[in-house]
Ligand binder design. Structure first.
Ligand SMILES: *Cc1c(COP(=O)(O)O)cnc(C)c1O
Length: 399
């Protein structure tokens, strides 16, 4: 196989399935072994004092990069499209969000964040950025170009996430980006749900594209990882802030993430397909008032979804008919194939209860009944449906 840079050149113009297989590897730099080995190391040695002082050599110190980070960053950059100038790896998805924000603002700036953003994103803005003179306010995820009405003179960053965490509203990213750029703000997008396989934020006006690599990239519930991809306008600041802060990822986790990438396309396709099968089945159930999934015909976000996204994943939410919340809990507790736990994107199915209402400040959340988020894993979809039937039986016994 060609060297890494030649390989990058070769896979330009290919499809993402091919890039997932060819990106970020250089077997003949490793005696022909297919995968980049795990480089455990901190110190990197130089041959002379002069070479050390000149920072000569491919690597200088492991915090600043090693063959594993180079391989993973290269593979990820290949997925984000021609506008991607560079990728930074962070030790969690939340760290990717916080460092992307830190790279985009300074004291005295204002940040606009979608009211449907991932909860810990709000906490970082409200409880940490606020200590450094950066003020945050929230906007209706459905605002689109109307964010113009809530931008301040000092708004320097607009943070979007589509579909929204837990509540699954779609956002008009190109319309938001147009307004933000006209007013001198950069656009950050949490793209964990779609991944760059189904939506490339940098092609649609975003300046920084964030993923919790913990989810589908790693794919096996065994790694914490964050990814930020930057365009030419934001890359220098991102690279500087991450580099000078000293955050880095361990080589074993980078190895596992790169291994996860190899199968991302096939896993994601199955998660998405099984998820839609379950979502449509749930829509027919009398206990279900609404399924929140932008790929469903009739979902309020479906037009934007069809315009901008090429697919999705296995994560969506269900709104039950009005009933005691204990009945929804009985539904979850009766499931045997769905684990109850945070995070998602692994091979296993998950179910959690949630309530968006307490966090909202720009919009109100009142779905009318208890809500549950489901992650559809790689189990047989008929087995999952049979399990959900058990849940409904337990719910019935409770109402
Ligand atoms: C899980 C998640 C994150 C955070 O990722 P961690 O690796 O758990 O820190 C960020 N954004 C979204 C949308 C998530 O679902």
């Amino acid at each position: 196989m060609a060297s890494l840079s030649q390989a990058e050149e070769l896979h330009r113009g290919t499809h993402h399935e091919t890039r997932l297989v060819t990106g970020g590897r250089d077997p003949f730099a490793h005696f022909g072994f297919v995968n980049t080995p795990v480089y455990h190391g901190s110190t990197v040695l130089f041959r002379s004092a002069a070479e050390f002082l000149a920072h000569r050599g491919r690597y200088q110190y492991a915090r600043r990069g090693n063959p594993n980070s180079e391989a993973l960053e290269g593979a990820l950059q290949g997925l984000e499209g021609p506008n991607c100038a560079g990728v930074s790896l962070l030790p969690s998805g939340l760290a990717a969000i916080s460092f992307a924000l830190l790279s985009a603002v300074k004291s005295g700036d204002h940040v606009l964040v979608s009211d449907s953003a991932y909860g810990p994103t709000r906490n970082f803005c409200d409880k940490v950025l606020s200590r450094y003179g950066v003020e945050t306010s929230y906007f209706d995820p459905l605002a689109g170009a109307a964010i113009a009405d809530v931008m301040h003179d000092n708004t320097r960053a607009v943070f979007v996430e589509a579909p929204g965490s837990l509540s699954f509203e779609m956002q008009d990213v190109p319309a938001i980006a147009k307004v933000a750029h006209a007013r001198g703000a950069v656009v950050l997008m949490d793209n964990t749900w779609a991944t760059p396989l189904n939506f490339r934020p940098l092609d649609h006006g975003a300046d920084l594209a964030i993923q919790a690599g913990t989810k589908y990239i790693a794919g096996h519930s065994d790694v914490m990882l964050g990814v930020v991809a930057a365009n030419a306008a934001t890359w220098n600041d991102l690279h500087h802030v991450v580099g000078e802060s000293g955050v880095c990822v361990g080589p074993d986790d980078m190895y596992l993430a790169l291994r996860g990438l190899r199968t991302l396309a096939v896993r994601l396709e199955r998660h998405y397909r099984s998820g839609l099968t379950v979502a449509r089945w749930l829509q027919q159930r009398p206990e279900v008032a609404r399924v929140l999934h932008p790929a469903l015909e009739g979902d309020p976000g479906n037009a934007i979804f069809r315009r901008d996204f090429t697919g999705g994943c296995g994560l969506f939410s269900v709104v039950f008919e009005p009933m005691p919340v204990t009945a929804a809990h009985a539904f979850i507790d009766a499931l045997t194939l769905f684990g109850i736990g945070a995070s998602w994107g692994g091979f296993e199915s998950l179910a959690i209860p949630f309530d968006c209402a307490p966090a909202r400040t720009a919009t109100t959340w009142n779905p009318g009944g208890p809500t549950v988020r489901l992650h559809i894993g790689l189990e047989n979809v008929d087995d999952l449906i049979a399990d959900l039937e058990r849940g409904f039986a337990a719910m019935k016994a409770c109402t």
